[in-house]
Design a protein around this ligand. Structure first.
Ligand SMILES: Nc1nc2c(ncn2[C@@H]2O[C@H](COP(=O)(O)OP(=O)(O)OP(=O)(O)O)[C@@H](O)[C@H]2O)c(=O)[nH]1
Ligand SMILES: [Zn+2]
Length: 315
Protein backbone atom coordinates (compact mmCIF):
# COMPACT_ATOMS: atom_id res chain seq x y z
CA UNK A 1 0.00 0.00 0.00
CA UNK A 2 1.01 3.54 -0.66
CA UNK A 3 1.08 6.26 1.96
CA UNK A 4 2.72 9.49 3.08
CA UNK A 5 4.79 9.92 6.23
CA UNK A 6 3.26 12.57 8.51
CA UNK A 7 5.41 12.07 11.57
CA UNK A 8 8.43 10.13 12.65
CA UNK A 9 9.97 9.50 16.03
CA UNK A 10 13.05 7.82 14.66
CA UNK A 11 11.79 4.30 15.14
CA UNK A 12 8.08 4.74 14.38
CA UNK A 13 6.55 6.35 11.33
CA UNK A 14 3.01 7.65 11.29
CA UNK A 15 1.81 7.05 7.74
CA UNK A 16 -1.36 8.32 6.08
CA UNK A 17 -2.75 5.76 3.66
CA UNK A 18 -4.54 6.75 0.49
CA UNK A 19 -7.92 6.08 2.13
CA UNK A 20 -7.10 8.75 4.73
CA UNK A 21 -6.45 6.41 7.62
CA UNK A 22 -3.28 6.56 9.68
CA UNK A 23 -1.09 3.55 10.44
CA UNK A 24 1.93 3.27 12.71
CA UNK A 25 4.76 1.76 10.73
CA UNK A 26 8.21 0.47 11.34
CA UNK A 27 10.99 0.07 8.85
CA UNK A 28 11.86 -3.38 7.62
CA UNK A 29 15.00 -4.53 9.46
CA UNK A 30 17.71 -4.06 6.90
CA UNK A 31 15.97 -1.40 4.87
CA UNK A 32 18.44 1.22 3.75
CA UNK A 33 18.37 3.87 1.11
CA UNK A 34 21.31 3.89 -1.17
CA UNK A 35 23.31 7.01 -1.77
CA UNK A 36 22.11 9.03 1.22
CA UNK A 37 24.26 9.28 4.31
CA UNK A 38 21.52 10.37 6.61
CA UNK A 39 20.65 9.57 10.18
CA UNK A 40 17.05 8.97 9.17
CA UNK A 41 16.33 6.89 6.09
CA UNK A 42 12.69 7.95 5.88
CA UNK A 43 11.47 11.48 6.57
CA UNK A 44 8.23 13.41 6.92
CA UNK A 45 6.76 13.96 3.48
CA UNK A 46 8.14 10.76 2.06
CA UNK A 47 5.84 8.66 -0.06
CA UNK A 48 6.30 5.05 0.98
CA UNK A 49 5.07 1.54 0.25
CA UNK A 50 4.02 -0.39 3.30
CA UNK A 51 2.50 -3.72 4.25
CA UNK A 52 0.10 -4.39 7.07
CA UNK A 53 1.10 -7.11 9.50
CA UNK A 54 -1.01 -8.52 12.23
CA UNK A 55 0.96 -8.61 15.46
CA UNK A 56 -0.92 -10.13 18.40
CA UNK A 57 -4.22 -8.83 17.08
CA UNK A 58 -2.80 -5.37 16.43
CA UNK A 59 -2.28 -3.98 12.95
CA UNK A 60 1.22 -2.71 12.40
CA UNK A 61 2.66 -1.34 9.20
CA UNK A 62 6.04 -2.18 7.76
CA UNK A 63 7.63 0.23 5.30
CA UNK A 64 9.14 -1.74 2.48
CA UNK A 65 10.05 0.90 -0.06
CA UNK A 66 10.36 4.61 -0.53
CA UNK A 67 9.33 6.46 -3.67
CA UNK A 68 11.73 8.81 -5.40
CA UNK A 69 11.84 12.18 -3.71
CA UNK A 70 11.01 15.35 -5.61
CA UNK A 71 13.35 17.11 -3.19
CA UNK A 72 14.41 17.04 0.43
CA UNK A 73 15.67 19.49 3.01
CA UNK A 74 18.51 18.53 5.27
CA UNK A 75 20.43 19.91 8.16
CA UNK A 76 23.72 18.88 9.61
CA UNK A 77 23.41 16.32 12.34
CA UNK A 78 23.68 17.71 15.83
CA UNK A 79 26.40 15.26 16.78
CA UNK A 80 28.92 16.62 14.27
CA UNK A 81 29.15 13.36 12.38
CA UNK A 82 29.36 13.78 8.64
CA UNK A 83 25.85 12.46 8.29
CA UNK A 84 22.90 14.67 7.62
CA UNK A 85 19.42 14.69 9.03
CA UNK A 86 16.60 14.92 6.53
CA UNK A 87 14.09 17.40 7.91
CA UNK A 88 11.43 16.85 5.28
CA UNK A 89 10.93 15.48 1.79
CA UNK A 90 8.71 16.51 -1.12
CA UNK A 91 8.28 20.10 -0.03
CA UNK A 92 6.67 22.52 -2.51
CA UNK A 93 7.18 25.85 -0.79
CA UNK A 94 9.58 27.09 1.86
CA UNK A 95 8.47 30.28 3.58
CA UNK A 96 10.90 32.37 5.53
CA UNK A 97 9.47 34.95 7.87
CA UNK A 98 11.52 38.10 7.95
CA UNK A 99 11.27 40.96 10.46
CA UNK A 100 13.55 43.98 10.59
CA UNK A 101 13.13 44.37 14.32
CA UNK A 102 11.98 42.24 17.25
CA UNK A 103 13.87 40.19 16.12
CA UNK A 104 16.23 41.46 13.43
CA UNK A 105 16.62 39.25 10.40
CA UNK A 106 19.89 39.99 8.64
CA UNK A 107 20.36 39.56 4.94
CA UNK A 108 23.01 36.86 5.35
CA UNK A 109 20.41 34.70 7.06
CA UNK A 110 17.92 35.32 4.24
CA UNK A 111 20.56 34.61 1.59
CA UNK A 112 21.64 31.34 3.18
CA UNK A 113 18.03 30.26 3.21
CA UNK A 114 17.61 31.18 -0.47
CA UNK A 115 20.81 29.39 -1.47
CA UNK A 116 19.69 26.27 0.32
CA UNK A 117 16.29 26.40 -1.37
CA UNK A 118 18.01 26.73 -4.76
CA UNK A 119 20.26 23.79 -3.97
CA UNK A 120 17.38 21.61 -2.83
CA UNK A 121 14.91 22.67 -5.51
CA UNK A 122 12.33 24.07 -3.14
CA UNK A 123 10.54 27.29 -4.06
CA UNK A 124 11.31 29.97 -1.46
CA UNK A 125 8.93 32.75 -0.49
CA UNK A 126 9.98 35.64 1.76
CA UNK A 127 7.24 36.72 4.13
CA UNK A 128 7.77 40.16 5.65
CA UNK A 129 5.73 39.81 8.82
CA UNK A 130 4.78 42.36 11.48
CA UNK A 131 4.24 44.95 8.78
CA UNK A 132 1.97 46.73 11.29
CA UNK A 133 4.82 47.51 13.68
CA UNK A 134 7.09 49.61 11.46
CA UNK A 135 7.63 53.34 11.35
CA UNK A 136 7.55 55.12 8.00
CA UNK A 137 11.34 55.03 7.85
CA UNK A 138 11.45 51.34 8.63
CA UNK A 139 8.82 50.68 5.99
CA UNK A 140 11.19 52.22 3.44
CA UNK A 141 13.81 49.65 4.44
CA UNK A 142 11.23 46.88 4.08
CA UNK A 143 10.28 48.12 0.62
CA UNK A 144 13.96 48.26 -0.36
CA UNK A 145 14.49 44.67 0.70
CA UNK A 146 11.38 43.58 -1.12
CA UNK A 147 12.61 45.35 -4.25
CA UNK A 148 16.04 43.75 -3.89
CA UNK A 149 14.66 40.23 -3.71
CA UNK A 150 11.82 40.59 -6.17
CA UNK A 151 14.22 42.04 -8.75
CA UNK A 152 16.20 38.81 -8.48
CA UNK A 153 12.98 36.93 -9.11
CA UNK A 154 11.98 35.79 -5.65
CA UNK A 155 8.43 35.86 -4.45
CA UNK A 156 7.79 38.13 -1.48
CA UNK A 157 4.72 39.10 0.53
CA UNK A 158 4.09 41.63 3.28
CA UNK A 159 1.80 40.38 6.01
CA UNK A 160 0.70 41.04 9.52
CA UNK A 161 -0.28 38.02 11.51
CA UNK A 162 -1.57 40.45 14.14
CA UNK A 163 -3.94 42.49 11.97
CA UNK A 164 -4.60 39.83 9.34
CA UNK A 165 -3.18 41.92 6.50
CA UNK A 166 -2.56 39.75 3.41
CA UNK A 167 -3.28 36.57 5.34
CA UNK A 168 -5.89 35.60 2.73
CA UNK A 169 -3.30 36.12 -0.03
CA UNK A 170 -0.87 33.91 1.82
CA UNK A 171 -3.61 31.34 2.23
CA UNK A 172 -4.12 31.21 -1.52
CA UNK A 173 -0.37 30.67 -1.95
CA UNK A 174 -0.24 27.64 0.35
CA UNK A 175 -3.52 26.12 -0.82
CA UNK A 176 -2.95 22.61 -2.19
CA UNK A 177 0.79 22.76 -1.52
CA UNK A 178 3.13 21.29 1.08
CA UNK A 179 4.80 24.17 2.89
CA UNK A 180 7.43 24.65 5.51
CA UNK A 181 7.85 27.80 7.62
CA UNK A 182 11.12 29.00 9.05
CA UNK A 183 12.62 32.13 10.52
CA UNK A 184 14.20 33.35 13.71
CA UNK A 185 12.52 32.77 17.02
CA UNK A 186 9.91 35.44 17.58
CA UNK A 187 9.27 36.42 13.94
CA UNK A 188 5.71 35.18 14.33
CA UNK A 189 5.64 31.70 12.79
CA UNK A 190 3.15 30.27 15.28
CA UNK A 191 0.98 33.39 15.21
CA UNK A 192 0.90 33.40 11.42
CA UNK A 193 0.13 29.72 11.06
CA UNK A 194 -2.65 30.09 13.58
CA UNK A 195 -4.02 32.99 11.56
CA UNK A 196 -3.94 30.77 8.45
CA UNK A 197 -5.47 27.78 10.16
CA UNK A 198 -6.95 28.55 13.57
CA UNK A 199 -6.48 25.70 15.98
CA UNK A 200 -3.31 24.42 14.40
CA UNK A 201 -1.01 25.05 17.31
CA UNK A 202 2.54 24.59 16.18
CA UNK A 203 5.10 23.45 18.67
CA UNK A 204 7.70 26.06 17.85
CA UNK A 205 6.99 28.28 20.88
CA UNK A 206 6.99 25.41 23.32
CA UNK A 207 10.27 24.06 21.99
CA UNK A 208 12.13 27.36 22.06
CA UNK A 209 10.98 27.74 25.65
CA UNK A 210 12.63 24.42 26.38
CA UNK A 211 15.81 25.66 24.75
CA UNK A 212 15.80 28.69 27.01
CA UNK A 213 15.66 26.34 29.95
CA UNK A 214 18.78 24.70 28.62
CA UNK A 215 17.20 21.35 27.96
CA UNK A 216 18.22 19.44 24.94
CA UNK A 217 15.28 17.81 23.28
CA UNK A 218 15.36 15.80 20.13
CA UNK A 219 12.64 17.17 17.96
CA UNK A 220 11.00 15.74 14.92
CA UNK A 221 9.13 17.38 12.13
CA UNK A 222 5.44 16.74 11.74
CA UNK A 223 3.04 17.29 8.87
CA UNK A 224 -0.49 18.66 9.28
CA UNK A 225 -3.35 18.73 6.79
CA UNK A 226 -4.90 22.12 6.16
CA UNK A 227 -8.69 22.38 6.15
CA UNK A 228 -8.54 24.26 2.83
CA UNK A 229 -6.26 21.61 1.24
CA UNK A 230 -2.51 21.42 1.49
CA UNK A 231 -0.11 20.61 4.30
CA UNK A 232 2.17 22.44 6.65
CA UNK A 233 5.28 20.76 7.94
CA UNK A 234 6.14 21.91 11.43
CA UNK A 235 9.83 21.77 12.20
CA UNK A 236 10.29 22.63 15.85
CA UNK A 237 13.47 24.41 16.76
CA UNK A 238 14.68 24.90 13.22
CA UNK A 239 15.44 28.50 12.42
CA UNK A 240 17.01 27.98 9.06
CA UNK A 241 18.40 25.25 6.91
CA UNK A 242 22.01 24.22 7.03
CA UNK A 243 24.16 24.41 3.96
CA UNK A 244 25.64 21.01 3.43
CA UNK A 245 27.47 19.21 0.68
CA UNK A 246 28.01 22.24 -1.52
CA UNK A 247 31.08 22.76 -3.65
CA UNK A 248 32.50 26.28 -3.85
CA UNK A 249 32.16 26.09 -7.62
CA UNK A 250 28.38 25.67 -7.39
CA UNK A 251 27.54 28.26 -4.72
CA UNK A 252 27.61 31.16 -7.20
CA UNK A 253 25.08 29.38 -9.35
CA UNK A 254 22.62 29.46 -6.44
CA UNK A 255 22.64 33.24 -6.63
CA UNK A 256 20.39 33.61 -9.71
CA UNK A 257 21.58 37.14 -10.51
CA UNK A 258 25.22 35.93 -10.48
CA UNK A 259 24.36 32.91 -12.58
CA UNK A 260 22.65 35.13 -15.14
CA UNK A 261 25.81 37.12 -15.87
CA UNK A 262 28.62 34.66 -15.17
CA UNK A 263 28.97 34.02 -18.90
CA UNK A 264 30.55 37.47 -19.06
CA UNK A 265 33.29 36.59 -16.56
CA UNK A 266 36.67 36.15 -18.26
CA UNK A 267 37.12 32.68 -16.80
CA UNK A 268 34.42 30.10 -17.27
CA UNK A 269 35.17 28.71 -13.81
CA UNK A 270 35.30 32.15 -12.17
CA UNK A 271 34.54 32.07 -8.44
CA UNK A 272 33.98 35.85 -8.47
CA UNK A 273 36.72 36.36 -5.91
CA UNK A 274 40.09 37.72 -7.10
CA UNK A 275 39.80 36.81 -10.76
CA UNK A 276 40.33 39.59 -13.29
CA UNK A 277 37.43 40.78 -15.46
CA UNK A 278 34.75 39.25 -13.26
CA UNK A 279 31.27 40.28 -14.39
CA UNK A 280 29.81 39.71 -10.92
CA UNK A 281 32.30 41.98 -9.17
CA UNK A 282 31.79 44.60 -11.88
CA UNK A 283 28.04 44.41 -11.34
CA UNK A 284 28.53 44.85 -7.60
CA UNK A 285 30.65 47.93 -8.26
CA UNK A 286 28.02 49.32 -10.62
CA UNK A 287 25.27 48.56 -8.15
CA UNK A 288 23.31 46.20 -10.39
CA UNK A 289 24.08 43.34 -8.02
CA UNK A 290 23.42 44.15 -4.35
CA UNK A 291 26.48 44.42 -2.15
CA UNK A 292 24.65 42.55 0.63
CA UNK A 293 24.19 39.58 -1.71
CA UNK A 294 27.85 39.53 -2.67
CA UNK A 295 28.82 39.78 0.99
CA UNK A 296 26.61 36.79 1.83
CA UNK A 297 28.19 34.90 -1.04
CA UNK A 298 31.66 35.57 0.34
CA UNK A 299 30.58 34.43 3.78
CA UNK A 300 29.19 31.18 2.46
CA UNK A 301 32.18 30.47 0.25
CA UNK A 302 34.55 31.24 3.12
CA UNK A 303 32.51 28.95 5.32
CA UNK A 304 31.86 31.56 7.94
CA UNK A 305 29.58 30.74 10.79
CA UNK A 306 25.88 31.01 10.21
CA UNK A 307 25.52 33.44 13.09
CA UNK A 308 27.93 35.91 11.59
CA UNK A 309 26.38 39.32 12.04
CA UNK A 310 26.34 42.31 9.77
CA UNK A 311 24.63 45.64 10.15
CA UNK A 312 23.58 46.20 6.60
CA UNK A 313 20.37 47.97 7.50
CA UNK A 314 22.37 50.77 9.04
CA UNK A 315 23.99 51.59 5.72
N1 LIG B 1 3.04 43.53 15.95
C1 LIG B 1 3.01 42.26 15.55
N2 LIG B 1 3.37 41.27 16.41
C2 LIG B 1 3.35 40.00 15.98
C3 LIG B 1 2.96 39.66 14.66
N3 LIG B 1 3.08 38.32 14.51
C4 LIG B 1 3.51 37.85 15.70
N4 LIG B 1 3.67 38.84 16.60
C5 LIG B 1 4.13 38.74 17.99
O1 LIG B 1 5.48 38.30 17.99
C6 LIG B 1 5.74 37.45 19.10
C7 LIG B 1 6.35 36.14 18.64
O2 LIG B 1 5.40 35.44 17.87
P1 LIG B 1 5.43 33.85 17.70
O3 LIG B 1 4.31 33.48 16.79
O4 LIG B 1 5.47 33.19 19.02
O5 LIG B 1 6.83 33.66 16.99
P2 LIG B 1 7.54 32.31 16.49
O6 LIG B 1 8.24 32.64 15.25
O7 LIG B 1 6.56 31.21 16.46
O8 LIG B 1 8.60 32.12 17.63
P3 LIG B 1 9.28 30.76 18.13
O9 LIG B 1 8.17 29.90 18.56
O10 LIG B 1 10.16 31.19 19.25
O11 LIG B 1 10.03 30.20 16.95
C8 LIG B 1 4.40 37.29 19.82
O12 LIG B 1 4.37 38.17 20.90
C9 LIG B 1 3.39 37.67 18.75
O13 LIG B 1 2.20 38.17 19.33
C10 LIG B 1 2.57 40.73 13.78
O14 LIG B 1 2.20 40.56 12.61
N5 LIG B 1 2.62 42.00 14.28
ZN1 LIG C 1 33.20 36.14 -11.94
Amino acid sequence: MKGTVYKSTGSWYYVKAQDGSFINCRIKGRFRIQGIKSTNPVAVGDVVEFEIQDKAGEQVGVITDIHDRKNYIVRKSVNLSKRTHIIAANVDLAFMLVTLKDPVTFTDFIDRFLVTCEAYHVTPILVFNKIDQYTKQELVLVKNLIALYSDIGYQTIEVSAATGKNVEELKSMIKGKTSIFSGHSGVGKSTLVNALEPGLNLKTAEISQQHKQGQHTTTFAEMFDLSFSGQIIDTPGIKGFGIVDMENSEIGDYFPEFFAIKGDCKFHNCLHLDEPKCAVKQAVEQGTVAWSRYKSYLQIIQGEDENYRTDLYAE
